[in-house]
Design a protein around this ligand. Structure first.
Ligand code: ZN
Ligand code: ZN
Length: 370
């Protein structure tokens, strides 16, 4: 089928919205007509080259929701008309990580950057006659995707698809970073560094888990205001501004949990996070660094002597098959804010404007609506 998509032809280029060809579903695949796609910071890493892919062109986008329009042979549990959310890491349900309840580490994630399809290693998208790598095996910067059934999660039909899209990456990652990885307990002091599309949901998760204080460090005033609406109890513009008050508020004990959800993580952010984390505390690295980033500022004496923990986090330790429907149920019950995350909506043709707004700090989440 011919449709259009936002294609990146090389590092440093703009998204080019142009005609593409999407193949029909092969074994184990479905075609989905998308209602919306979130503009996640991770796609920006394709533009900067921070996240390398096997080759260009790439079709961006990994945060989508829509309706199944075609079902390939061998697909189980999905039919035409079903509503689905994309999972930016596939969840096969059968590999060792999936079967021990760690679908965020599913072995099918191995080909995420190579972009080869799960079913037969080929490609479903072509542009200007060339094979195109779909971001995270999805490529939601197009009104249609043909993807493996492991990459989509069926949801209840009464959830609005445009907000459901956000749960495919940012919401689940942020919420899980607080509720699962940081494992925030009632009464704890939590620091969240960076309140964008992921951090804002770490705020919601920490508040829902019963944190006594949710202290947000975020340079953009508009995002600090939004964080307050999402459950932040204190906000600061910088780590320098935050350190004194956090010390005072916690009677010198600092935070039990610190979550790093900045847009562009630097090595010195680790030292900053651990400096506001108290003894026995845990700092969680959620932000995606450039793939070659190896230099980290870290006081090793402090790490050992104060028994601090520094842990990584992908997809918020979520099991998408369980957690995506569960988070959408919380939304339906009014316990999770999704509409409030959407700062601006765009047409696909205006996607470069959407990313300009993200870089300017205007957007908590920009969403392309089809
Ligand atoms: Zn993402
Ligand atoms: Zn798996």
């Amino acid at each position: 089928m011919k449709t259009k998509g936002a294609i990146l032809w090389g590092v440093g280029e703009e998204w080019s919205v142009e005609e593409i060809e999407i193949g029909d579903p092969r074994a184990g695949e479905v075609t989905v007509e998308l209602a919306a796609s979130g503009l996640c910071h991770s796609d920006e890493h394709l533009v900067t080259g921070g996240t390398p892919v096997a080759f260009y062109p790439v079709i961006g986008g990994h945060e989508g929701a829509g309706t199944v329009t075609k079902v390939g042979p061998g697909v189980t549990g999905l039919k035409e008309g079903d509503h689905v959310v994309t999972a930016f890491i596939p969840a096969c349900g059968q590999c060792p990580p999936c079967s021990r309840g760690q679908q965020n580490l599913c072995d099918l994630g191995a080909n995420l950057l190579a972009g080869t399809s799960i079913s037969d290693g080929s490609y479903r998208v072509t542009a200007r006659g060339k094979d195109v790598i779909p971001m995270c095996l999805l490529g939601t910067f197009s009104p249609y995707i043909t993807v493996h059934q492991a990459s989509v999660v069926k949801i209840e039909p009464d959830i609005p698809l445009d907000v459901a899209a956000l749960v495919g990456c940012g919401v689940t990652t942020g919420w899980g970073s607080a509720t699962k990885v940081a494992d925030v307990r009632p009464g704890e002091n939590v620091v969240i560094m960076g309140a964008g599309g992921v951090g804002m949901n770490a705020v919601q998760g920490a508040a829902a888990a019963g944190a006594k204080r949710v202290m947000v460090i975020e340079p953009v005033a508009q995002k600090r205001e939004c964080a307050t609406n999402m459950g932040a109890t204190h906000t600061f513009a910088s780590i320098e501004e935050a350190t004194g008050p956090i010390n005072e508020l916690t009677w010198g004990r600092m935070a039990e949990k610190t979550i790093i959800t900045v847009g562009d993580i630097q090595g010195e952010d680790i030292a900053a996070a651990l400096s506001v984390t108290g003894k026995g505390g845990r700092a969680v690295v959620v932000a995606v660094a450039p793939i070659a980033q190896e230099d980290v500022k870290l006081n090793l004496f402090d790490l050992a002597m104060q028994r601090k923990e520094l842990v990584g986090c992908i997809f918020g330790n979520a099991n998408p098959r369980r957690d995506i429907p569960r988070l959408l149920r919380l939304y339906a019950e009014g316990k999770l804010k999704l509409d409030e995350l959407v700062t601006n909506t765009y047409k696909l043709d205006d996607i470069n404007q959407g990313y300009a707004d993200m870089r300017d700090g205007t957007n908590v989440r920009g969403v392309v609506v089809y």
